[in-house]
Each structure stands twice: as structure tokens, then as C-alpha cells.
Write a protein of this length. Structure first.
Length: 297
């Protein structure tokens, strides 16, 4: 069963979830935006050291606490590492009051029927066991919708819930993330199809099965309000999806009950070259702006 104290914190929704789970493919871009060019490291090991240093700096910032940041999504390698000599997940919860999640998907399959399903995860059970042992509360897995294709969206939601139930069996709470690409011309129509499929799948869950949803900020405010209020949903969080922090916050503030789970929008403006004072001031302003947008609805 999930940690009840952590579940209560997530359900209360008094804050947002920090997405610190950039994978190998997205790490170079995240570092570049942080002011670390690719010539600063010569191999993957050095690259991962640098991204962990960035994540650690964020986690140790005075403003990064459970007062405004209710959760943090970690990359597998981050879970396996330490911050100030303490395993990252326990550091997040015990030192910062932040509920730890783990990204578990292994990337995207090729597009079919307008969507990209998740690649197979044959080692998921073993990873979930490691996550539980490390003190992880929940997981996150992402797939992508690139068109308002009914067959594709049905397949993507079915896969998410099938894997979600596997994760639930380990006592973890899965964050189900069928991201809708923000640049597609039929985004609103895709969101209508997604709402219907998510509702149908949620209605199949038993009383002891709880999930979270991570969704692209919708074209119509409060489009997902019925999901926010669904008894099987602990929380509905929003991804920034390429929107600037300013636009993401503006959209989020119009959606009652949704809270942020931003990645790039969280680290926007941070730099490896900043002094600790400048870094901490920047992240404090960012955290406050995302927090205010998350509670505005």
C-alpha cells in the first residue's frame, strides 16, 4: 500500500510536482539550457554526473521544500544516487518533505495511428521492487498523442492503464501521462477523445486502485475537471509541454484542481554559472510562480 502520509500530501494538492526526470536522450538539451555545453563532458558518465549536480542543486535550494513542492519525479539513475550522502528518494522526503516519484518508461515506440506508445518494459517488476525498497511513492510513464485519431488514443490509454495496474500491484501510485503535442492543429479534438478514454478506463478500477494523471494543459479551461473529481484519481497534474513558464502558468491558473508538474519550465532561467545566491533567488521566484498558478484554480 502507498505511504498514507505521502498520499494525503499529494491529494491535498497544496503545491506542485517538480519533474527532474530528464532521460539520456533529453539530458544534453537540459544541460545546454543550464549553460553546460556538450564539450564540457566527454562521455555519458560525465554527462550524468553534471545533470545529477544540477538536480542536487535544485533539491538543496532553500525554497525547494514540501511547503510549495509536494513531489519530485526522479530519473532511475537519480534514484540510485545520493544527495549529501543520503539516497535521493529518502533525502527528498526526510530532508525536504517532497514525495518522490520515479520515471519508469523506456522511451517511445514509432508513431502509429497518430500516437507513440511506450516501448516494452520487460524489467518493470524488478524496477518497481527496487523503487519500493528505495522509498519511492509512485511512478511516471509517458506516451505521446500527435493526432486526434480515435484508434490511436484508445490504444495509448489502454496501454497506460494496463501498465498502471502492474505498477499498482507493487503498492506504488502510477502517474499516467498520455501527452498531447501542443503544436497539432486538432489538439482540442484529441483532448475530447482522450477525456472519454481516460474516463472509461478509470471507471474500470476497483476501490483499492488509485492513479494520478499527467496531462497537457487543455485548450478549454477545466476540460478535465471530471477527472480531477474522479474517486480513483489522487491528483491531476499538468505538463508544460513546451509552453513558456509564463504561458504554462497562465493556462494552469484557469484549470480548477490541476497542479503543475513542470520540467523545462521549472529550470528556465537557471544557470551553472550563477552564484548560489543568484541561483537560489531564481529558483525561489520560479517555485513561487508555479505554486501560485497551481493553487489559483
Amino acid at each position: 500500500m502507498p505511504n498514507q502520509q505521502q498520499l494525503d500530501k499529494i491529494k491535498a494538492g497544496k503545491g506542485f510536482i517538480a519533474a527532474l526526470d530528464q532521460s539520456g536522450g533529453s539530458t544534453p538539451k537540459a544541460l545546454r539550457l543550464y549553460g553546460v555545453e556538450e564539450n564540457a563532458y566527454s562521455n555519458d558518465a560525465e554527462m550524468y554526473d553534471m545533470i545529477h549536480a544540477m538536480r542536487s542543486r535544485i533539491a538543496k535550494a532553500p525554497a525547494f521544500t514540501g511547503e510549495k513542492v509536494v513531489g519530485a519525479i526522479l530519473f532511475e539513475m537519480t534514484m540510485d544516487r545520493q544527495i549529501d550522502g543520503q539516497p535521493t528518494a529518502s533525502y527528498m522526503w526526510e530532508k525536504r518533505g517532497v514525495v518522490p516519484f520515479l520515471k519508469v518508461d523506456k522511451g517511445l515506440a514509432d508513431e502509429e495511428n497518430g500516437v507513440q506508445l511506450m516501448k516494452p518494459m520487460p524489467e518493470l517488476d524488478a524496477l518497481c521492487e527496487r523503487a519500493v525498497a528505495a522509498g519511492i511513492f509512485g511512478t511516471k510513464m509517458r506516451s505521446v498523442i500527435n493526432a486526434a485519431n480515435a484508434e490511436g488514443i484508445k490504444a495509448i490509454v489502454s496501454q497506460q492503464f494496463e501498465v498502471g495496474k502492474q505498477i499498482i500491484s507493487h503498492g506504488l501510485v502510477p502517474i499516467i501521462e498520455p501527452e498531447v503535442t501542443i503544436s497539432i492543429s486538432d489538439k482540442a479534438a484529441a483532448e475530447d477523445l482522450l477525456l472519454a478514454e481516460l474516463t472509461a478506463q478509470l471507471d474500470t478500477l476497483s476501490d483499492d486502485q488509485t492513479v494520478m494523471l499527467k496531462l497537457t494543459l487543455p485548450e478549454t479551461a477545466n476540460h478535465y475537471v471530471t477527472l480531477v473529481n474522479h474517486p480513483r484519481v489522487a491528483s491531476v497534474v499538468a505538463l508544460s509541454g513546451g509552453y513558456s513558464r509564463e504561458e504554462a502558468n497562465a493556462r494552469l491558473s484557469k484549470n480548477t484542481g490541476m497542479i503543475a508538474s513542470f520540467s523545462r519550465a521549472l529550470t528556465e532561467g537557471l544557470s551553472a554559472q550563477q552564484s548560489d545566491d543568484a541561483f537560489n533567488a531564481t529558483i525561489a521566484d520560479t517555485i513561487d510562480s508555479i505554486y501560485q498558478a497551481s493553487i489559483a484554480g
